[in-house]
Design a binder for this molecule. Structure first.
Ligand code: ZN
Length: 49
């Protein structure tokens, strides 16, 4: 079972990416992604879509 999640910019809180992940994995995803609002790469944290 895969769960849809959003990836949220840790600086501005913008939800920039949507993806799915395996529900079995308990650890929260943190990825460096480009944020168009911050106009730079920031850490994006998993949040509810
Ligand atoms: Zn941002």
């Amino acid at each position: 079972m895969r769960e849809v999640i959003a990836l949220k910019c840790s600086k501005c809180g913008n939800k920039n990416y949507y993806t799915t992940k395996n529900k079995d994995k308990k650890a929260k995803l943190v990825l460096k992604k480009y944020c168009p609002k911050c106009n730079t790469h920031t850490e994006h944290q998993e949040t509810k879509a």
